[in-house]
Design a protein around this ligand. Structure first.
Ligand SMILES: NC(=O)c1ccc[n+]([C@@H]2O[C@H](COP(=O)([O-])OP(=O)(O)OC[C@H]3O[C@@H](n4cnc5c(N)ncnc54)[C@H](O)[C@@H]3O)[C@@H](O)[C@H]2O)c1
Length: 383
């Protein structure tokens, strides 16, 4: 089969996740990255120069871009995902959008509805953390049944890049209009996707939601829009309009309590613990070096208290991910290209993206009102 011609919309100036897509597609067989487009004139070309990306066209119009590609990665701010996905589908292009799927359920629903009118196209959301070796090892342990009945999930993680209010400026992700929620939209969606991926078949749907958020850096320098790469400081400061730290929790219909803590100002510890009545699996970057995790197996332990052994991540899992980048985009982009070529239906589709957005909306509503949200949210019922 001919190679799928791929292009990227939104090259970047803050994190520039587009570069992870470039590297990902370079590792995925069956596709060829041919074009990039950014709405700021000159930015796509500068981005390619900065990251030494060669052999692609830096398009200056969307029409030119669409004329060159069969499939599109959308790497723009969150509030542009739904509109651009719809536009790409209307141009007959397969589309994968970065996470979070949208900034609200209503916004994302427009994209899901459009995808139903284009059932010939592959439509996916980037949930790349599933590709991590620790997550794959956790899946193997959970699926073996040795943890018994799953009773709790605790997940702490995030990033520390935004702690410095003087040098990290007022990006789109610090504005509710362009990002939606703050820390939950950045990292919380990954946590929810992982819990869903590993445990949904076991713990069922969530039925109860709580949340709490806080904004610690309340204003930042605006970005100087005159600069093509948009990475220079402007003269004024303006308010941050979403949170930079969040805790949120949900109860599943089986009674499993899932608690999540994430922030954009502190990023030292990453901890993910799944506990059953017969054992616990633990990923913790402060306790275990790369390639190792913790396991408490009650059948091997005398007495009531957990005693963890350090386990190696299985060699086949390490081998299968040995060339993945840090963020594992090649895994999810590989699924995208494979589905385009074989007609398979993707798992991380638009319905799944919208389902995670619905969860985020419920946590966010609980955080804003201080009221618990009682609602059973089923992915299968999202229409
Ligand atoms: N999966 C992950 O691990 C991961 C990591 C970081 C960021 N992200 C997600 O990737 C997306 C992009 O984040 P980023 O930090 O790379 O952003 P960024 O700020 O670095 O770049 C976004 C680019 O999109 C361009 N843009 C905005 N609107 C556009 C439009 N309508 N058409 C074309 N270009 C447009 C901007 O000019 C900018 O260059 C976000 O949704 C973010 O949540 C995902």
């Amino acid at each position: 089969m001919e190679k799928v011609r791929v292009g990227i919309i939104g090259t970047g100036f803050t994190i520039g996740i587009a570069n992870a897509h470039v590297q990902g597609y370079q590792r995925v067989p069956g596709c060829e990255l041919v074009a990039m487009y950014d709405k700021i004139p000159g930015r796509a070309a500068k981005f390619m120069e900065k990251f030494k990306i060669e052999g692609l066209k830096a398009c200056e119009s969307l029409e030119e871009f669409y004329s060159m590609v069969d499939a599109v990665s959308v790497c723009t701010p969150n509030n542009e995902h739904a509109n651009l996905a719809i536009d790409a589908m209307n141009h007959g292009k397969h589309v994968i959008v970065e996470k979070p799927f949208s900034t609200s359920y209503e916004e994302g629903l427009r994209a899901l509805n459009a995808s139903k009118e284009h059932s010939e196209l592959v439509c996916m959301t980037v949930f790349n953390y599933r590709e991590q070796v620790e997550v794959q090892q956790m899946k193997r342990i959970i699926d073996s049944g040795i943890l018994g009945k799953i009773i709790s999930v605790r997940h702490i993680g995030g990033g520390g890049r935004m702690w410095d209010g003087e040098h990290v400026f007022l990006e789109w992700r610090m504005q509710e209009k362009t990002s939606g929620t703050g820390a939950m939209a950045d990292f919380g969606v990954h946590m929810l996707d992982l819990t869903d991926y590993l445990l949904h078949d076991i713990i069922g749907d969530y039925v109860q939601f709580n949340g709490m958020t806080s904004t610690l850096v309340k204003e930042r320098y605006v970005i100087n829009e005159k600069d093509v790469m948009g990475d220079k400081k402007g003269d004024e400061k303006a308010p941050v309009t979403n949170d930079d730290i969040a805790t949120f929790s949900a109860l599943s219909e089986s009674g499993c309590l899932c608690t999540f803590e994430t922030g954009r100002l502190v990023g030292s510890m990453s901890m993910f613990e799944i506990a059953g009545d017969q054992g616990i699996v633990l990923r913790n970057n402060t306790l275990y070096p790369a390639g190792k995790m913790g396991l408490f197996d009650r059948s091997k332990t005398k007495g009531p208290f957990p005693s963890f052994e350090t386990i190696d991540i299985d060699a086949d899992i390490m081998e299968s991910r040995k060339n993945s980048g840090l963020l594992g985009h090649d895994g999810v982009l590989g699924e995208f290209i494979d589905c385009i070529q074989t007609g398979k239906k993707p798992v991380r589709d638009f319905r799944h993206g919208l389902y995670i957005q619905k969860l985020i909306d419920n946590f966010s509503s609980a955080a804003k009102t201080g009221q618990t949200v009682y609602e059973k949210v089923s992915e299968s019922e999202i229409q």
